[in-house]
Every structure is written in C-alpha cells, then in structure tokens.
Design a protein around this ligand. Structure first.
Ligand SMILES: Nc1ncnc2c1ncn2[C@@H]1O[C@H](COP(=O)(O)OP(=O)(O)OP(=O)(O)O)[C@@H](O)[C@H]1O
Ligand SMILES: O=P(O)(O)OC[C@H]1O[C@H](OP(=O)(O)OP(=O)(O)O)[C@H](O)[C@@H]1O
Ligand SMILES: [Mg+2]
Length: 300
C-alpha cells in the first residue's frame, strides 16, 4: 500500500499525526523533547511549515497554536497533541490525557489589586473579571455560586484592573513576577497546568501500537531529565564505604576491572542536583577516576 499523503485532512490508518505548538513559550521545550526522543523533525520544523515529517515515516508533526491543538485532536485532524492542560480545559475538548510532560508549569489564579478589600472568591460577587480563559473562569465562579461578569481579553490581562476594565483577573502565574510587578495579590487558585500529551480517543484504539511507541519514547526522555550517570573506579577494600554513599539510589552496578584485580568499576544513576555533594563524598570514601555523564533516555 502506498504511503498516505501528508496533505490528507485526516491522517490515514498507517500514519500518526502529532500536533505541537508552532510558537510561544512551550514550543522550544517541546521541540527539544521531540528531538531527544529520537523522532527528529525531518526539515527542522520552520515557522512557516504546517506539516513536517519525522525520522519515523509513520509519524508526522503538525504545527499549530497551543489553543487550537485540543480541537484538532478531538476532531481527528491530529491523532495526538502536545499543549497546556489549561488549553485543553478551556476548550473542553473530548481528548484523553496520555502523558504529563512535567514542563510548562503554571497556575491559573484569581488575583486582585493589592489594595483591594477582596479576601475570598465570594467577595467577588457582582465583580468584573478579566481573563484569557473565559470558559474555565465561568465554570470556576459558577462552581462557587458567585455571579460575575467576564471580560475576555487576548493578553496583558494584569493591566486591566489598573485601567478600570476589571476588578479582578484570572490569569496564569508561574514565577509570580508579572503579578508582583502589577501589584496584584492572589485570592485563589483555579487550575494547576503543565504541558500534556493528549490523544484522540478513536486513534488511541485504532493506532495503539504506534501511539505506544511514541509515548514510550517521550516518557524515556522525561524520566532521564535531571538524572546523571556516574562511573568510577574503586579499590576493593573501599567498596563498602563507597556503597554507603550510594545506597538508596538506583544501582549501583559493580564490575571487575580486567587490567587490575584490586579495582572494581562502580556505575550508578543519580539525581543531577546531588552530584556536586556526591562526588566529594565519593572521593573521600576512596573512589577515583569519577566520570559524570548526562543521560538522554531511560527505557523501562
Ligand atoms: N508563565 C507562563 N505564563 C503563561 N503560560 C505559560 C507559562 N508557563 C507555561 N505556560 C503555558 O504555555 C502555554 C501557552 O503558551 P504561550 O502563552 O507562549 O502561547 P500563546 O499564548 O499562544 O503565545 P502568546 O502569549 O505569545 O500569544 C499555556 O498552555 C500555558 O499554560
Ligand atoms: O508569573 P510569571 O512568570 O511572570 O508569568 C506569568 C505571565 O506569563 C504569561 O504571559 P505571556 O508572556 O504569555 O503574555 P500574555 O499575557 O500576553 O499571553 C501570563 O499571562 C502572565 O502574564
Ligand atoms: Mg500567553
């Protein structure tokens, strides 16, 4: 059978189409994840390109706006999509979350000017609330039984209270810098968002094998993040001391060194944040020739 054309509106049975952001803050990390997973964008994924092949002839990438991705996946234009959980909730799309990519962390919060009298969500009854997320905001206030007027904006939401357009906002905060800069204070949290992989429910059944392959590849990169591989040589009589420093971590693997029967090679996977401390402890315990290496993927 000939390979389905990438111009087909809906990908054929032999092809999995994965939608990813074409721009914005999460697009860089997602592109990096795709590269590390071994899929590799065949043509580098330029800004102007809509669909790009990957190293796997049965997987192609569709570039789209993060907010459009949930609907593209729900309608079957794409089988899989990577976007923010906030985007999926806002669109209320019929997609299934397959994986949390554990990046793009941000919290959707209700905030008011620092000098406001508002202390709780209930205090906002009758208020005007500006947001880029009208559906989530509507559901949140309805859930609290608080009637508000929603003012939908396309961005720069934090400016609206100071312009007299709104009394409160529902917007994303991650470092908290934008809220602080705009003298806004958090009243409540609406949603914790991360970047997620979602699937079209029908594709999940019909294309299970290929989707599992993609999930495995992406998962292996996520698992390796923040982990390092340590290799060292240890004198046999210092092995017990070195093991003391390493327990609790995965491994260690201990191997004979062919050229010196008094030495063993010790390998272990450790958290990157612990490496600085560990290498000093390991040296004191008698380890030498310590190598610290990055890990690209961990497949279980
Ligand atoms: N600090 C943050 N602020 C806003 N969105 C963030 C943040 N961190 C992660 N994200 C996530 O990024 C995704 C949207 O990214 P971004 O705002 O770059 O796209 P965009 O809104 O399409 O671009 P732009 O805001 O430039 O128009 C959302 O899913 C959001 O949850
Ligand atoms: O807590 P912080 O780290 O400061 O991040 C939060 C800010 O980032 C986002 O803005 P974005 O850059 O997407 O611009 P926009 O508001 O115009 O969408 C979000 O809407 C906040 O304004
Ligand atoms: Mg934005």
């Amino acid at each position: 059978m000939s390979k389905p054309s990438p111009r087909q509106p809906v990908p054929g049975p032999g092809l999995v189409r994965l939608a990813i952001p074409n721009k914005g803050r999460i697009s860089g990390p997602i592109n990096e994840l795709i590269e590390k997973s071994g899929l590799h964008l065949a043509e580098g994924g330029s800004d102007r390109r809509l669909i790009t092949r990957t190293r796997d002839p049965n997987v192609e990438i569709l570039f789209a706006r993060p907010i459009d991705i949930p609907e593209y996946v729900a309608s079957g234009v794409a089988d899989l999509g990577i976007t923010g959980k906030d985007m999926v909730m806002e669109r209320g799309s019929a997609v299934e979350q397959v994986l949390d990519l554990q990046t793009g962390k941000a919290t959707l919060v209700v905030a008011v000017p620092e000098e406001s009298d508002v202390e709780t969500v209930a205090d906002l009854a009758g208020a005007k609330v500006a947001t880029e997320f009208p559906a989530i905001t509507r559901a949140f206030f309805a859930g609290h039984g608080v009637a508000v007027t929603i003012v939908t904006v396309g961005g720069a939401c934090e400016a609206t209270p100071h312009l007299g357009i709104a009394d409160a906002i529902v917007d994303l905060s991650s470092s908290g810098t934008t809220l602080r800069t705009n003298h806004l204070r958090v009243v409540d949290e609406v949603l914790a968002s991360t970047t997620i992989l979602v699937a079209n429910p029908a594709s999940l059944t019909a294309k299970r094998e290929k989707i599992d392959e993609i999930v495995l590849a992406l998962e292996s990169v996520i698992r390796a993040k923040g982990q390092c591989y340590l290799m060292m040589n240890v004198h046999r009589n210092a092995l017990a001391d070195v093991r003391e420093v390493l327990p609790g971590l995965s491994g260690p693997t201990v191997m004979d060194v062919a050229s010196d029967e008094n030495l063993v090679a010790v390998h272990a996977v450790v958290k990157e944040e612990r490496v600085y401390q560990l290498i000093n402890q390991l040296k004191r315990a008698g380890a030498k020739d310590i190598l610290v290496m990055p890990i690209e993927r961990i497949i279980r």
